[in-house]
Design a protein around this ligand. Sequence first.
Ligand SMILES: [Zn+2]
Length: 418
Amino acid sequence: MNTLTSLAASIDGQRFWDDMLEQAKIGALTPRGLRRLALDDNDNKARCWLVDQGRALGCEAFYDAMGNIFLRREGQDPDLPPLLIGSHLDSQPSAGSYDGTLGVLAGLAVLRALQANGIAHRRPIEVVSWTNEEGARFAPGASGSSWFAGQREAASILAAEDDDGVSFADALARCLERLDAHQVNYRPDPFTPFAFLELHIEQGPVLESLGVPACAVQGIQGVNWYSVTVQGQANHAGTTPEHARRDAFTGAHALITALREAVAEHGESVRFTIGKFALEPNATNTIPQRATFSIDLRHPSAAVLAALDETFQRLGAKQWSGCTVELKASSRVPPVEFDSQLVEMLNASVKAYAPDAPQLVSGAFHDAIHLAHRCPTAMLFMPCRDGISHHPDEHIERDDAEIAVRALADTAGTLLGR
Ligand SMILES: [Zn+2]
């Protein structure tokens, strides 16, 4: 007899993979890859495709005020908050077909297994596709999930414009019209789920290098961004002696060396990147008067980020090679730790298939970072070839994916019985 405890074994791996291939046709690029920008025609087609799949399984389909799509399979106790599983269907402009889609279709695979095997469950389950996770057309991303979780106001999301001057509000209105025409039920407001689970590709090299098909994710590291200006004095490169120089490049170089030394004290898990650097006036025979650069600083621990923040501010208040510095934090996104009980459940589910599976901290943002503020949340990762994502070469192995979906289903089965 099929029950929730055999939900993992009830997953139809072939059907799940067929779903992945079918979905990848919507917005497919030649010779490979995917372009499905948030709320564009292909994204809307993909939403309707998902709705059709859910309906064929007897699920009810809903959309909310931000265009998030939900497929609901009723529980024996419809009043219980539902277990929520999902990710996103939108993509980067030149992407692969696994980032995001994997997590939505893993949820669909769980719905298929419940339906095909007539498995009863106390708690309702909903599969979600969040609107505009990527932020490629409308920045910043994670619009649907951040709004749902109460992390961002609708007004600021709706005002965003794409490169053609189309507002998020207008694109969303067209999407909602289409969902309306597709007779999807409108359920405007967010609710509090029992828990949220998201399966996603790792977008890094660790799992592949370990030869592990999946792992539980403990949290998502925090990110601080800084913009730094080092102010010196422009002068002739040939006539100005060393003692009379206030060279902005030399000052910036000394400051960066000190910043790097401070970062190194916190070990391997700090990510420190200077991705932009500019000099003024940027001429071969003139001492630069101004250097500007960016810093992207990441770490899983809020305490480490705070300590480094203090050090950065202290170093930024000093003079370097006679130059003054302005060091400003332009954004701070704190790290998120996922629900430890859920992480442990997912970890145990994975270890049934992969005893050597590690636990990772995510280096990239996902919808789950916002949901963690709304309900108990955790993630699973699976490897992608060479760690590549946001590129048509993004690739996953079918066998790994099937194990990852089964691990997800195993934990889902436990939660649906509670
Ligand atoms: Zn993603």
